[in-house]
Design a binder for this molecule. Structure first.
Ligand code: G6P
Ligand code: ZN
Length: 560
């Protein structure tokens, strides 16, 4: 019989989950009892643990398999009834969200640092999702953190051995109690769900071509992350694409040394391929499969805010929304406001929430939100409670197949109707945390001082007054919880915005993000380069934030 042991431990400092779970360097997680402490703290906040079911999986990065093993042992020691685990520990973040909902489990544990590089010298992460399938809300993560600071022991079944390489069910008896581990096909449930959501036969005809229509040629890039097995099954086995339409589809522990983040900087490789090849469409996903980047022919880039707005205006062609109806829309505060115009036009509710997918969950659970997105390359809907990269690519293909329009035509049609929200994000990475905090507090003082609102500044040679300046706060309309200090926001009379925020997902130092947005109405010049359109805003942003002084940099390290 397998026995539970209670092992004494001492708390670690800093097990505070950030925007998206606990993220640190691998070597931090390798410290004695570091993982055990955190997993036990997650379990401690769940009152209905006895006999419950949890979903467990990760993005395939270094340490996932070892931590899955630790989770099995600690869950067994804490009276959990069943674990549903992806084969070899692999599950994309959206797939975990779906499995939690489908199996009505208490929650799930996701092992990922998302788009951060992997491997022994890079990042690892542990994230807890609750029974609605979404990232644990602040109340829960704060409790997990509190437990991590007072933990004295954890419970473990050290001798349990469980093979996660083979699909199947293993039953254990732990001191008279049943404990079940079910290893599942990582892809199947997710694939079945996508087939319910989208019109697969229509997309298949698009990708295979027909007598009078050339094949629509796609290039899908998994960036050596977890989506590899998903895209093979979905695009090749189901939708008639070939292996030539896919790249980097074998999940690797170090993501092949790349930064698995689908944007113009880190997925530049895909951009080049799409540009030189005869491709009509390109898409890339991040390490854990929740982010996406969409490209058209010639590698025409669709900003995440435009992607959100365009999908919003075409949702009615997607079977899932034909069934559920279209409720409201939402975006995070720094995301360009393109979708706001669609919402207004369609008479739908529109929400502006802080950065972080967790803020969308309550609105979805209350049936007020169908589609949402963030500038950080996240797009998703209420089909689950995470953003969903593969879903976004399928949504675009469904719209393209239905409308007969190319990516470029869809963009042009959109801008001609609604105008264009030019947008860029400038990141100043690996800065000192202290000076970045100083930057933010000085800036807050400057912009909230009397006279700043109303002050006039030149934007593209035209004087513009600041009409609002604040540190964004949000009250959740459903549970009335409040999130403060979510980014400093400056709004000008012509609708332009500059936003400053410190990243919440880094594993060391600080990253300052400066978000720049300028709106051009449909009768204005909607064909400028983003750089040119935003140039004067960039100058103002550097000046207001005294960015050079505090970061030591006069240029961003990354522009997305
Ligand atoms: C994760 C979350 C997103 C969020 C992003 C922000 O990816 O899932 O919802 O937009 O982090 O990251 P940042 O580094 O800007 O805090
Ligand atoms: Zn991710």
């Amino acid at each position: 019989m397998l026995k539970v042991e209670e092992i004494e431990t001492v708390p670690y400092e800093g097990q505070q989950p950030g925007t998206s779970g606990l993220r640190k360097k691998v070597k931090v997680f390798l410290q004695k009892n570091y993982v055990e402490n955190f997993i036990q703290s997650i379990l401690n906040v769940n009152e209905e643990l006895e006999g419950c079911t949890l979903v467990v999986g990760g993005d395939g990065r270094y340490l996932v398999k070892e931590v899955v093993d630790t989770i099995i042992k600690i869950c067994a020691g804490n009276g959990v009834g069943k674990l549903i685990i992806g084969q070899n520990g692999l599950l994309s973040t959206p797939a975990v969200s779906h499995l939690i909902r489908k199996n009505e489990t208490l929650g799930g544990i996701i092992l990922t640092a998302s788009h951060n590089p992997g491997g022994v010298d890079n990042d690892f992460g542990i994230k807890f999702n609750t029974s609605n399938g979404g990232p644990a809300p602040d109340g829960v993560t704060n409790e997990i953190y509190r437990h991590s600071t007072i933990i004295k022991s954890y419970k473990i079944v050290p001798n349990i051995k469980c093979d996660i390489t083979t699909i199947g069910i293993t039953r254990f008896k732990i001191e008279e109690k049943d404990f079940v581990v079910e290893v599942i096909d990582s892809v199947k449930d997710y694939l079945d769900y996508m087939k319910e959501i989208f019109n697969f036969p229509l997309i298949k005809t698009l990708l295979e071509g027909s007598d009078d229509k050339k094949k629509f040629n796609i290039l899908i890039d998994s960036m050596n992350g977890v989506t590899g097995p998903y895209v093979k099954r979905i695009f090749v086995d189901e939708l008639g694409a070939t292996e030539n339409n896919l790249r980097r589809v074998v999940p690797m522990e170090d993501f092949g040394g790349i930064h698995p983040d689908p944007n113009l900087t880190y997925a530049e490789d895909l951009v080049k391929e799409v540009r030189k090849g005869d491709y009509d469409f390109g898409a890339a996903f991040d390490g854990d499969g929740d982010r996406n980047m969409i490209l058209g022919r010639g590698a025409m880039f669709v900003t995440p805010a435009d992607s959100l707005a365009i999908l919003a205006s075409w949702l009615h062609v997607i079977p899932y929304f034909q069934r559920t109806g279209v409720k409201g829309f939402a975006r995070s505060m720094p995301t360009a406001a393109a979708v706001d115009r669609v919402a207004k036009d369609m008479g739908k509710e529109m929400f502006e929430v802080p950065t972080g997918w967790k803020y969308f969950g309550n609105l979805m659970d209350a049936d007020r939100l169908s589609l949402c997105g963030e500038e950080s390359f996240g797009t998703g809907s209420d089909h689950i409670r995470e953003k969903d990269g593969v879903w976004a690519a399928l949504a675009w293909l469904n719209v393209i197949a239905h409308s007969g329009l190319s990516v470029k035509e869809l963009l042009m049609k959109h801008w001609r109707k609604y105008g264009r929200n030019y947008f860029a994000r400038h990141d100043f990475e690996e800065c000192s945390l202290d000076s970045c905090r100083q930057l933010m507090s000085d800036l807050e003082r400057t912009v909230t001082a009397e006279g700043f609102v109303g002050s006039k500044h030149y934007i593209q040679d035209v004087e513009n007054a600041v009409v609002a300046a604040d540190n964004f706060s949000y009250m959740d309309p459903i549970d009335r919880s409040v999130a403060l200090n979510q980014g400093i926001r400056l709004v000008f009379e012509n609708g332009s915005r500059i936003i400053y925020r410190l990243s919440g997902t880094g594993s060391q130092g600080a990253t300052l993000r400066v978000y720049l947005e300028a709106y051009t109405p449909c009768d204005g010049d909607i064909h400028m380069s983003t750089e040119e359109r935003l140039e004067s805003l960039v100058t103002l942003a550097m000046r207001f934030g005294r960015v050079r002084k505090y970061t030591g940099r006069d240029k961003p390290t990354v522009i997305t």
